[in-house]
Design a protein around this ligand. Sequence first.
Ligand code: OFO
Length: 165
Amino acid sequence: MINNEIVKLLNNQLNLEFYSANLYLQMSAWCNYKTYEGFSVLLKKHSDEEIEHMKKLFDYICKSGNLAIINEIKAPPNNFKSIIDLFTQTYEHEKFITKNINNIIHSSITIQDYTTFSFLQWYIVEQHEEENLFKTILDKINLIDKYSNGLLILDNNIKKDYLKQ
Ligand code: OFO
């Protein structure tokens, strides 16, 4: 059994992963609507990954004899000022998720729950990759001259990369 306070934090994280999945799916829809096909594919795949993150937490909570609790998930934003605005929000969101994971890790170390500490190592590595992915895309978009066709080229390249996966 895991300490009740840790179960609460893990359940909160489980629901945040659900929110992340919905956020990226909604962003995928917006990109598709604005004809950014590559970004749309990337974000849809990313939404699937968030569901996997949620399920890992669900399994961990259930297999340790505790109750996984799914709460009401708030609706994500469905409109964005620009593609830069959208990817700024993805990057900020991942930084927020990293902070939450770090808080759970901090709590698990404090109460000497090394099983949860060890379980969460996977999320640390994953968060590092995700922050890096969205930061790189954001940096590239910022580098592109808005009057050139660079954004279209980047979108096409991302489409090719992500359709291969
Ligand atoms: Fe995008 O992060 Fe889940 O954990």
